[in-house]
Design a protein around this ligand. Structure first.
Ligand SMILES: NC(=O)c1ccc[n+]([C@@H]2O[C@H](COP(=O)([O-])OP(=O)(O)OC[C@H]3O[C@@H](n4cnc5c(N)ncnc54)[C@H](OP(=O)(O)O)[C@@H]3O)[C@@H](O)[C@H]2O)c1
Length: 241
């Protein structure tokens, strides 16, 4: 499969998705598999998950051996795209942020983006040497470039994840890696310990809305790179950048 033949279709694509057990990641795994991709989904709690065309592996994105085992399976399967989606939320005023909570959020959202990516870069470079392109899609947030009261830790982690995304795009340009940042506003998931489908989220983005944005980035023609997608539910206040 060359960079040219990859464009436009998910058939014969192999896509790794972190945080695939629920919310956006599960919706993405289902969407990708339904369109013919082989999905390798990872999360800490994957017992009982079953989606045709997807395999689910136990993965803790903060843990090097766990990430190494996940990456080994991805390489074995010929992965051509990695979606770093795993993430946790925490909304505390600065005075209440503990070192433990700092480490939980930063480790998951920042180190948890770096480790799976780092583990696959050699493989992506080898693919480039064979004329094949690869992609990394990072699900950050609309708050990867703005903040608010109570947002220090979460938005700090998302600012950092955005910086990692941009640096990777610079570095990966040399080996044909296309890097995309997906920046959703409010999405109806289990995020931050909430439940999916709660009444106050009725007008929020659906996980499938975000999955569709990822699918778009993964299926544009091979000469085109989607750097960033910023999307909000209409009920959310307009905000840039
Ligand atoms: N919901 C929103 O409003 C919103 C808005 C903007 C951006 N986002 C971002 O979207 C991404 C997905 O969140 P979501 O809304 O779908 O939340 P969610 O429903 O809580 O799902 C989070 C996913 O991340 C996984 N995860 C958490 N820690 C992990 C770890 N250490 N290792 C591996 N997987 C881990 C969870 O699986 P396990 O618990 O099984 O490990 C789960 O599959 C996050 O990066 C979040 O920051 C969400």
């Amino acid at each position: 499969m060359t960079e040219q033949t990859q464009a436009g279709s998910l058939r014969r694509r192999v896509v790794a998705v972190t945080g695939a057990s629920k919310g956006i990641g599960l919706a993405l795994a289902q969407r990708l598999a339904a369109q013919g991709a082989h999905v390798i989904g990872g999360a800490r709690n994957v017992d009982g998950l079953s989606v045709d065309g997807a395999e689910f592996l136990s993965l803790d994105v903060t843990d090097e051996p766990s990430v190494a085992a996940f990456a080994a399976r991805c390489v074995d399967a010929g992965v051509d795209a990695l979606v770093n989606n795993a993430g946790v939320g925490s909304f505390l005023p600065v005075q209440d942020i503990t070192p433990e909570e700092y480490r939980r959020v930063m480790d998951t959202n920042v180190l948890g983006t770096i480790l799976p990516t780092r583990a696959l870069i050699g493989h992506f470079q080898a693919r480039h040497a064979q004329g094949q392109g690869s992609q990394v899609v990072n699900v950050t947030s609309d708050v990867s470039a703005r903040t608010f009261a109570g947002g220090a830790l979460y938005t700090g982690s998302k600012f950092a994840q955005r910086a990692v995304t941009h640096a990777l795009a610079h570095e990966g340009h040399a080996y044909g890696l296309r890097v995309t940042e997906i920046r959703p506003g409010m999405v109806d998931t289990f995020f931050g310990g909430t439940a999916q489908g709660e009444a106050f989220k009725a007008q929020w983005l659906r996980p499938d809305d975000v999955a569709d944005a990822v699918l778009y980035a993964l299926t544009v023609p091979a000469h085109l790179r989607v750097d960033e997608i910023l999307l909000h539910p209409v009920v959310q206040e307009v905000s840039y950048p």
